[in-house]
Ligand binder design. Sequence first.
Ligand code: HXC
Length: 510
Amino acid sequence: MQNILDQLEERRKIARLGGGQQRIDTQHKKGKLTARERVDLLLDEGSFEEFDMFVDHKCTDFGMADKKIPGDGVVTGWGKVNGRIIYLFAKDFTVFGGSLSETHAKKIQKVQDMALRNRAPVIGLFDAGGARIQEGVAALGGYGEVFKRNVEASGVIPQISLIMGPCAGGDVYSPAMTDFIFMVKDTSYMFVTGPDVVKTVTNETVTAEELGGASVHAVKSSVVDGAFENDVEALLQLRRFIDFLPASNLVPAPQFPATDSITRLDNAMDTLIPDNANQPYDMKELIYSVIDDEDFFEIQEKHAPNIITGFGRIEGKTVGFVANQPMALAGVLDSNASRKAARFIRFCDCFSIPIVSFIDVPGFLPGTDQEYGGLIKHGAKLLFAYAEATVPLISVITRKSYGGAYDVMSSKHIGGDINYAWPSAEIAVMGAKGAVEIIFRQDIGDDEKIAEHITDYEQRFCSPFVAAERGYIDDVIMPHSTRRRIANALNLLANKKVETPWRKHDNIPL
Ligand code: HXC
C-alpha cells in the first residue's frame, strides 16, 4: 500500500512541476508567478481542490506523442475567497505556452459547467498563446465549446478574467466575453494576432506593449477594466473585487458588517460645489463621502475618466456608482463614457446590484469626431441601459443636468426610483448663454439685453426647483446629508419588483 501512496505522490510531484524547473525559472525571471503560485495567492489558504491533474493531450502529430505533460497546461479546480466558493482555471505558460488543446479545453469546460450548475463565480487566470498549433481544428473546436459556455453563463454567474502574461487568439476572445478583465502591467499583453503576424500582414512594426499592453487596453481600447503593478497586487485586488459580487443572479452580494454609521453627516459636501459654475471639482470626493469606510473599487479608471464607474458599499451592501466627473472634459458624455457606463449598468442590473448616479453633466459632446464615431448609437447604449434596468435607481444631481443627458442619466422619466438634487443643481435644456443666443437671436449685439435675458434664464432654469415643482425631482436635499438620504432610499427600494413584458431578449443598440 505504501508503495501505491508513494507512486501517487510522485505523479503529483511531476504534475506540479508543469513544464519543468527551467521553464519555471524563466517564468520567474520575467517577473511572473507560476499558475500554481497564482492559485495559492488567490485562494484562502489550503482551500484549493484540484481537478484533472493527470489529464494529458491526445495529439500525435508533430512529434507530440512523446511530449506529454500531466495537466496539459492548465490548472483547474475550486476553492474559497474569503470563505466563498469560486471555480477557477489558471493557464500554465510553462506547458506549451499555456496553449489550448482539445483536452485542455475539456478541463476548462468542466469547471465552467460545474460553476454554472452550482451557481458560483468562475475566474480565469490567463497566460497563454491561444489554440495549440499542433492540434489544429481540435483546438479551435475546444475554444468554441469554451466560448459557448461563456455566453451561457453570462448574466447568471460572474465571470472574471485576469491577464497575467502574453495572450493571443482564443485566450483573448474568451476573456472578452466575461464580465470583467484585469491585466498586470508590463508582463501581460492581449492581442488577436501578435507583433510578428502584424509585421507580416500590415508591415507595421510594433512592440507587444504598444500593440496590447495595459497601457493600451486600460486606457485607449477599454478592453480591460483595470491594471495592476504585478501578479501579487493583481491577485490580492481580485480577492477584494470578488467580495463585492454575488455568487450568481439568484442571490444577493455578500453583506459585510456595517462599520460606518449611515447617519454620519459630511459638512464638507456643503462646499464641494465651487461658486464659479465653470470651475471643476472632484466627484470622487462625493463618492468617498457616501460609501462605507471609503472602500471604492473603480472600474475602468483610466478610460473615459469623464464618467466614474465602480463598486462601493452602503450599510455593508454592494452598490454600483455611476458619476459624471467634472474634472475630466467637464463631465461631458461622449461615446467612450457612454459605452463604459452602459456596460457597467448592465452588469449591475444582471446581478441585482442597486445603482446610485451622481450627476453633473453639461450634455453630449458636440463635433464631427463624435458624430462620425457613432455618438448617437453609443449614447443610446447608455440611455437603453438605464431605461431597461430594473434594479433600484437612485440619483443625485449636484450641479448641471442639461439637455438629453438629463433624460439619460437615471431620470425619473426612464425609470429612476428616487431622484434627488442638491440646491446647486441646474436642470435645463442647455446653459443660459447658449439658450439665450438661440431664443433671443434678434437681440445679439445688444449686450445689455442679452445680459438681462441670461439673468432671467438663470433665475428661472438654473435651479432644481422647476423640475421639483413637477415632481421630476423627489426632494432637494442638503449635500451634507447625502449618505443618509441614499441609505434610506436603498432600504426603501430593497424589495423593488418590476414586471416587464415577455420577450426573448431586448435589442440594445450595439
Ligand atoms: C503551441 C505554443 C503556442 C501555441 C506558444 N507556444 N504558443 N505552442 N501552440 N499557440 C509555445 C512555444 O513554442 C514555446 O515552447 C513556449 O510556448 C513559449 O513561447 P515563446 O514564443 O517562447 O514565448 P514568448 O516569446 O513569451 O511569446 C509568447 C506568445 C508567442 C506571444 C504567446 O508564443 C506567440 O505568438 N504564440 C502564438 C500565438 C498564436 O498565434 N496562437 C494561435 C491563435 S489562434 P517551448 O517549448 O520553446 O517552451 C486562436 C484561435 C482561437 O487562438 C479562436 C479565436 C476566435
